[in-house]
Each structure stands twice: as C-alpha cells, then as structure tokens.
Write a protein that binds this ligand. Structure first.
Ligand code: IPM
Ligand code: MG
Length: 358
C-alpha cells in the first residue's frame, strides 16, 4: 500500500516525538511491504517564525492532499504573549477546522505494565482502565463568537460563547454510538445541563439520537464536575465518555494522568472521510524540548490509530501496539513513567526499541 502522510511536527518536543513515530512507521512499511512518504509542513510557533502565521496555506493544502496527517504539538513560551488568533494554538484549531475533523477519539488505557505509574491506589486500577473519550472537536466554545471590549466601569471585559447545533451533536453522537456498539454498549454523556442551555440541548439530542438509531445502547448522563470527580474516584466504571470540545479537552487530560502519564495517550481526529489527523493529546512540553527526554509512545500509538482508522491496516496497527507493550514489559521507561529498577531510556531510544520489535 502506498500512502502519503503529512507531518506537522510543530514546536517543543514535537519534532522529537514525530521523528520517533516516523521511525516506527518506517519499520511497519518495511515489515509489511508498504510505502509511506512523509511530507513535512510547518504549524504553530515554528510556522509563525518562518512564515508569519500559525497555519500557512501550504500546510493546509499539504494536509488536504495527503492520505493522513501526523501532528506533534504546538505552542511554547516564546509565543505566549501573542493575540488569540495569532498564537500557535490557532494553527492547530485551524487545521482541525479546515479538515472538518469534528470527531476526536482519545482512548485512555492503563497498560498493566504501568499500573505503578498511576497516581491512584492499586485497588482502583487493579482491574485495568480503558476510557474512550469521544470529544466534539470543531464546535462549542473553541469556535463560538468571542470578543473583548473596554468597559469604563469594570475595566477590560472579554467573552466567549458555547454554542451547539442539533446537527453537530448528532454527528458526534453517531461516532460514539458506532464505537460503543462494538464495546460495552454504554455511553456516559457529559454536560453541565444544570446550568447551560447548550448542555440541555446536548443532553436531549444525544438521547433522542441514540434511542432512534441505536436502541441497544444505554446512555447515561453525568454532570462534568461530578465526572471529573468520578474519574479519580472510580475510573473503572467508565467505558466511554461523550462530550463537548472543552469538557473533552479537560477530562481527557485527567483520564490520561489516571492511566499513568499523559505521555501515553494517543488520539485520532476524523471527519467524513478516512483522512484523519493523529496526535498525542499532550502538549509541546517546552521545558524538556530538545533534550531527548520526551515519551514518544503517545505519538507512536497515534500512528497505530492512523494505520487502523485511516488505512484499514488492522494487523499493522496491532503490531505497533504489541511492540509498545513488549518494550514496556521488558522494563524500558522514559522519564515520565520511570520507576525504580526499570531501564531509563530517552525519546530516540524508546522509538528505536519499539521499531525494532515491530
Ligand atoms: C489538546 C490541546 C489543544 C486543545 C490546544 C493545544 C489548543 O490541549 O489537543 O487537547 O485544547 O484542543
Ligand atoms: Mg488538551
């Protein structure tokens, strides 16, 4: 199979982790006889530096012309003072929007080899954790109207709006239902319906849609504040969370940490077709950038999602996941998941070990 993959390495640790992931994809290509061509484009802070904008037009064109997109991370101290739509993060939001990637899947899984790395006590994680966070990605407060003005009485004032339409809610509900149908058939839909009008529409629409199209699926509601608490109180109760853009952003970080390290959590973003964007859920970690300390596993596992969800290469995807499991089994750890007695390795070596086991 021949595939072109656009690589948006971005900022901070982005280049290291995407290099690591490419090494693993090259091993997959070699082992299974595929041809992957990687085309690099700037995004985020590095795009601001080289081209003056966080999302240059050639990056968008390159992504739309590719079979799939691999992204590292964006952002860093250097660009922190910039205005909203000039910031590196605007590049990431822009590419999600340009590719119409409304569905973001973030599986938070506790590798049994990493039970020690979870901050929760053993009795809570003993039976394993796997929470699939289904996050709406191109709507809500991230893309709603916003503004700021000077209010003479109160000083500068700023506002953002959370807005959802039935169509937006239905299509992400469809994605969650489709996934849940092959899993526990249980979805917890997370909102703040006791306060927000947009959440009340969310709740009503999710139930109506699921009942009409997937009567076998059980949908339960949970308020977001309670959900944040339940994730640390009893994470094993969840199989799938379905939620809005901002709640999904927050809860996926929490779910990731519960499973040991945010450095382990992959994600896929898809729209109507098979061309997706695959990225670790963690950020650019400027404090450790360029020091070969980052954990490439989240990015490598994102590639496993790409192989399966964009290219239909299930065996190849499983080979990558198995290789990750084996490396952990053999005791190799990057600094973020290191525990005494384990073998500490850097980003490059971790990726090499995984590639070797593929
Ligand atoms: C994520 C990140 C992004 C988001 C930022 C970098 C814009 O936190 O992918 O979770 O909020 O979506
Ligand atoms: Mg986030």
């Amino acid at each position: 199979m021949k595939k072109t993959i656009a690589v948006l390495a971005g900022d901070g640790i982005g280049p290291e982790i995407t290099d690591g992931a490419i090494a693993v994809l090259n091993a997959v290509a070699q082992k299974f006889g595929h041809e992957f061509t990687f085309k690099h484009y700037p995004i985020g802070g590095c795009a601001i530096d080289c081209c003056g904008v966080p999302l240059p037009p050639e990056t968008v064109e390159g992504c739309l012309a590719a079979d799939s997109v691999l992204l590292g991370a964006v952002g860093g101290y250097k660009w922190d003072g910039m205005a909203g739509d000039a910031r590196p993060e605007a590049g990431l939001l822009g590419i999600r929007k340009a590719m119409r990637l409304y569905s973001n899947i973030r599986p938070a899984r506790l590798f049994k080899q990493l039970a020690d790395a979870s901050p929760l006590k053993e009795s809570l994680v003993r039976d394993g954790i796997e929470i699939i966070v289904v996050r709406e990605l191109t709507g809500g407060i991230y893309f709603g109207e916003r503004g700021s003005y000077d209010d003479n009485e109160n000083g500068a004032t700023a506002w953002d709006t959370e807005k959802y339409s039935v169509r937006e809610i239905e299509r992400i509900t469809e994605i969650a239902c489709r996934l849940a149908a092959n899993r526990s058939k249980k979805i917890v839909s997370v909102d703040k319906a006791n306060v927000l009008e947009s959440s009340r529409l969310w709740r009503k629409t999710v139930h109506a849609y699921a009942k009409r199209h997937y009567p076998e699926i059980v949908v339960e509601d949970m308020l977001v504040d309670n959900c944040a608490m339940q994730i640390v109180k009893n994470p094993a109760q969840f199989d799938m969370l379905l939620t809005s853009n901002m709640f999904g952003d927050i809860l996926s970080d929490e779910a990731a940490q519960v499973t040991g390290s945010i450095g382990m959590l992959a994600s896929s973003s898809l729209g109507e077709g098979t061309r997706g964007l695959y990225e670790p859920i963690h950020g650019s970690a400027p404090d450790i950038a360029g020091r070969d300390l980052a954990n490439p596993i989240a990015t490598v596992l994102s590639c496993a999602m790409m192989l399966r969800d964009s290219f239909g290469l299930n065996g190849e995807s499983a080979a990558v996941e198995t290789a990750v499991g084996r490396v952990l089994e053999e005791g190799y750890r990057t600094a973020d998941i290191y525990a005494e007695g384990m073998k500490k390795v850097g980003c490059r070596e971790m990726a090499r070990l995984i590639a070797e086991r593929v």
